[in-house]
Design a protein around this ligand. Structure first.
Ligand code: NDP
Length: 330
């Protein structure tokens, strides 16, 4: 079997030399395990955090061991009840072609309505993240004006569309290229969008949302966060989902200088981790399946082919080369 190991902990931006694709003998299958051939794996921004050894919510990846991450594969052999050869399963042993998976940490997925890749994106962890952030943390209400950063990405693209589906009056997005801005506006149905490279985010946001915003879904942090706080309306909510602008920083980044605006607006800022909100998974899944079927939810995916290019896919994700969910087809 082949797998991607972490050879050194990146300082600042990761480089290909921090990783290596290696051959490894697989152990014999034991009771309760299945042998899975991965067909698609996820690369995600949170993996950058696990490459460093700073204390965080997820344990750091171990050096010289295969990295971990979401994947969907086909069962080749099974020594576990409820898992048959040919089943597609979602599990956590990505970054390798073949995996010996504990059946209790795998889930058989239904592929009649959705492709396997959907379970790593719109019907998976990233889709649920958008739903939890908007509904439970952001307390989205009909008529709200919503701003989403990282709007052409996996979480952001779903968040903006869900906001529309749930009755937001106006949804504004930001992204890092004109192509992405067009995608967000024309394909995903955001009311307005801007390229954050075009000027000061506070000005771009004011032009796109002249009446201010009720909910900010933050994937980015930094200048975006300060601009959004500056645009908050009375009882506005700021949902801290991610802060990708700082993930490769070697120094702590300066925070927003305008937090006092939360006093005037009686505003609220709250972070969350999707893993704490699995109780919403079934509800989201049911609603998302309906929205996908009636066209109110669309999802693009960007595929990179081959395990030998999985690191390129991860680095590309950090550099914004994806539209929608970034995935590796094995
Ligand atoms: P995306 O699909 O959004 O991919 C990452 C995107 O980040 C890139 O495409 C790039 O788009 C953008 N980006 C990179 N650098 C910057 C920068 N300096 N400023 C602004 N944008 C930047 O990834 P996901 O949808 O998987 O994740 C989105 C966010 O959600 C991340 O911050 C992630 O950590 C977070 N997250 C949080 C979870 C939680 O439980 N709290 C769960 C899952 C994800 P562009 O070209 O527009 O710059």
């Amino acid at each position: 079997a082949r797998e991607v190991v972490l050879r050194s902990r990146p300082v600042g931006w990761p480089t290909p030399s921090d990783f290596e694709l290696v051959e490894r003998e697989l152990p014999e299958l034991e009771d309760g395990q299945v042998l899975v051939r991965n067909v698609v794996m996820s690369v995600d921004p949170y993996m950058r955090g696990r490459m460093s050894d700073a204390k965080s919510y997820a344990a750091p990846y171990e050096l010289d061991k295969a990295m971990l991450g979401g994947a969907v594969g086909v069962v080749e052999q099974s020594r576990a009840e409820g898992f048959e050869p040919g089943d597609h399963v979602l599990h956590g042993l990505g970054w390798r072609d073949l995996a010996v998976v504990e059946a209790r940490s795998a889930k058989v997925v239904d592929r009649t309505g959705a492709p396997a890749s959907a379970y790593l994106g719109v019907l998976g962890m990233t889709g649920l993240t958008a739903y939890v952030g908007l509904t439970r943390i952001g307390a989205l209400a009909p008529g709200d004006i919503v701003f989403v950063s990282g709007a052409a990405g996996a979480v952001g693209g779903v968040a903006g569309q869900l906001a529309k589906a749930l009755g937001a009056a106006r949804v504004v997005g930001s992204a890092g290229s004109d192509d992405k801005v067009a995608y967000v506006r024309d394909e995903l149905g955001f009311d307005a969008a801007f390229n954050y490279h075009d000027g000061k985010v506070s000005r771009l946001l004011r032009d796109a949302a002249p009446d201010g915003i009720d909910v900010y879904f933050d994937n980015v942090g930094g200048e975006h966060l300060e601009a959004a706080i500056g645009a908050l309306r009375l009882h506005g909510r700021v949902v801290i989902c991610g802060a990708i602008s700082a993930y490769n920083a070697t120094e702590p980044q300066p925070g927003p200088k305008n937090l006092a605006r939360l006093i005037q607006t009686r505003g609220r800022i709250e972070g969350f981790l999707v893993g704490d909100h699995q109780d919403l998974a079934a509800e989201y899944w049911g609603r998302a399946t309906g929205w996908l079927a009636d066209g109110s939810l669309r999802s693009r995916e960007t595929f990179v082919d081959g395990l030998d290019h999985a690191v390129d896919a991860f680095l590309g994700l950090l550099h914004g080369e994806n539209i929608g969910k970034m995935l590796v087809r094995l």
